[in-house]
Design a protein around this ligand. Sequence first.
Ligand SMILES: Nc1ncnc2c1ncn2[C@@H]1O[C@H](COP(=O)(O)OP(=O)(O)OP(=O)(O)O)[C@@H](O)[C@H]1O
Ligand SMILES: CC(=O)N[C@H]1[C@@H]2OC[C@@H](O2)[C@@H](O)[C@@H]1O[C@H](C)C(=O)O
Length: 399
Amino acid sequence: MHNHIQRLHQLASKPDRLIVGLMSGTSLDGLDVALCRISNAGLSSKIELLEFTTVDYDHTYRQRIKSVFSKRQVDLQQLCLLNPWIGTLHGNMVLRCLEQWGVRPEQVDLIASHGQTVYHAPKSEHQLENYPNATLQIGDGDHLACAAGIITLSDFRQKHLAAGGEGAPLAVYGDYLIFASPKQNRVMLNMGGIANLTYLPSSMDASAVFSTDVGPGNTLMDAYMQQHFNQNYDANAAVAGSGEVSGPLLKALQQNSFFALPFPKTTGPELFNLDYLARAQAASQTENLDHQDVMATLNQFSANMIALALKRCADKLGDYHLYASGGGYHNPLLMENIAKQVSAVPIHSTAELEIDPDAKEAVLFAVLANECVAGGKDKFSNINEGIPDITMGKVSFYD
Ligand SMILES: Nc1ncnc2c1ncn2[C@@H]1O[C@H](COP(=O)(O)OP(=O)(O)OP(=O)(O)O)[C@@H](O)[C@H]1O
Ligand SMILES: CC(=O)N[C@H]1[C@@H]2OC[C@@H](O2)[C@@H](O)[C@@H]1O[C@H](C)C(=O)O
């Protein structure tokens, strides 16, 4: 047996594993790094979040990614160069975090890397008869493993596509294992660039679990802030909070066939971008609105589409508790706009379930890596809801 395979066998046999989960989302704000201790696997998994930080991306990173991000036409050489560059950069970022936390790389069993999504193309979006659902994450796992000197699992989404899914949301696999509870029906709502949710029934019945993207979280608000205010995002909704919602623009924004699609569905900034906003402004003749009013309307738009999806959950399933996570949880106006529309629903953050709401997605990838290496016993799937029974992640050794 190759010593690499022996090492994996050893890792799988340990009572617990130290796993670094990495998430670099559509907001391009930074690399989320979560150091987790995970014992057991499947429904017996116990997750301890030992450390968490977001390593902010600098201007160069953002500009480089933006040059290819969600664009149909790109400089192919640039895309090719970014793949190893990001892998190595993320590996070095992990090393710096470990140093700050006083953890030696040899103590870490695995890195679980999401990579950087550069393009997401479900069939509902590309509409090309003879092509499948597709998505592309870059930041090569071999480069990451070699830079960090730690076995790395990466590129989790391709298996989901290969099994007939849209490559997302993958949160459901971790949500079910970590957060499903016989005590209450739960909806886990993550508001990053794009918002998504997972429904977890108290019956724990996998065939009743579903997960879906619901529309924009922060992506449109962030893009508008960057274009008109030279700020990455609307901190604490200071701008949106000083504007007024435009009814006509809101109506135009809400008129897109994506919102009428049944669950599960996925989307990205390929659809929800500044062109989308410009078309809605043209259709509603609101091109001359104040920037503050546009921001107030975008905030209300995200909230309305999230609330619409939450109401669909309630219609399907009755009462539930909502657990929010992702950067949008820190936007007080967004949370208020959602809460007003689902006033009967108790709203919490995942902090109440012992997972920092900013760390949730990075933890998810650590859980997927743990399943890949040590799981496989508790089968979990709901094929009717686009949740195939699969093991995700590709293994990269560092030598
Ligand atoms: N204090 C705050 N006030 C308002 N918005 C905030 C605040 N803090 C974070 N955000 C929002 O959260 C965003 C980052 O969220 P997050 O890190 O969850 O996104 P992501 O992981 O990149 O996205 P995705 O889940 O779509 O991949 C920021 O770009 C910003 O819009
Ligand atoms: C293709 C892609 O990167 N999708 C992300 C994005 O960010 C939020 C939403 O859109 C979600 O579908 C997904 O990420 C999370 C981690 C998921 O797969 O559950």
